[in-house]
Design a protein around this ligand. Structure first.
Ligand SMILES: [Zn+2]
Length: 244
């Protein structure tokens, strides 16, 4: 290979490496906030679940309290009726009061059962609230840990990007002139996907077969820029390339 071919091929390899690294680093920078957003959504969901359980527990508590008040009223009524029983003027009145007492006692007994059930439900709610609170706390810890990790990594990633961008600008200067224009045009619109190594006889970007004629052009001493006819990437011969 002539020095020109050598320079162009070497330069394209290096440029593609830098572009890939930049894409990777920029992706990591982008994924950080996305990850935090996902954690935040999870956290919000936990908060909503806790609030819903607390609201249901509150309603259950109010209903339970109302039943207890009702039961106390019923018990007082029984007492009052029993007092009246002692002063009943007639047998008929006595019987009527007896029946009334039996009715109220029956209602009280139903209420007492319902109150027991409602107290059990309140216990269940207390457990659910404790679980939801623990889940919420766990979500908060996870979000904060991730945020911390991302915050700690960001300066390193940003410094790497700055360094690579400077390196990229430097290496781009080494491209032969006939490559520069076409490289610029494709890079501006496609970024990392502007370049593709030859994989055997195939474009490493789109797997389309590269005509033998084109491969030979790439391997010629005075290599000219060659784009894949299928995907438009600028092709280059990678290190250790073998045709088969
Ligand atoms: Zn291609």
């Amino acid at each position: 290979m002539s020095s020109q071919t050598h320079t162009a091929t070497e330069t394209l390899r290096t440029l593609h490496r830098i572009h890939r690294q930049l894409t990777d680093l920029n992706g990591r920078l982008r994924r950080g906030p996305q990850l935090i957003q996902a954690h935040q959504r999870n956290l919000d969901r936990c908060k909503n679940e806790l609030a819903e359980i607390q609201e249901s527990a509150k309603k259950a508590r109010v209903a339970s309290d109302a039943k207890q008040t009702l039961l106390r009223g019923g018990e007082e009524k029984v007492k009052k009726l029993q007092d009246q029983l002692n002063t009943a003027g007639s047998n008929r009145e006595y019987q009527a009061l007896k029946e009334q007492i039996a009715g109220v006692e029956m209602a009280n007994s139903v209420l007492a059962d319902e109150i027991l059930e409602s107290l059990e439900r309140l216990d269940e709610f207390a457990q659910k609230i404790a679980d939801a609170e623990a889940q919420l706390e766990k979500s908060e810890v996870q979000r904060d840990l991730n945020q911390k990790g991302i915050d700690e990594l960001r300066p390193t990633i940003e410094a790497d990007i700055t360094r690579l961008e400077a390196e990229l600008a430097e290496v781009e200067k080494a491209l032969p002139d006939d490559f520069t224009m076409i490289y610029r045009r494709i890079v501006n619109s496609r970024g990392e996907a502007a370049l593709a190594p030859l994989h055997g006889e195939y474009c490493g970007g789109c797997n389309h077969k590269v005509p033998l004629n084109d491969i030979n052009k790439l391997l010629m001493t005075e290599a000219k820029p060659l784009v894949c006819r299928a995907c438009g990437r600028l092709l280059y011969v990678p290190e250790g390339w073998a045709q088969g």
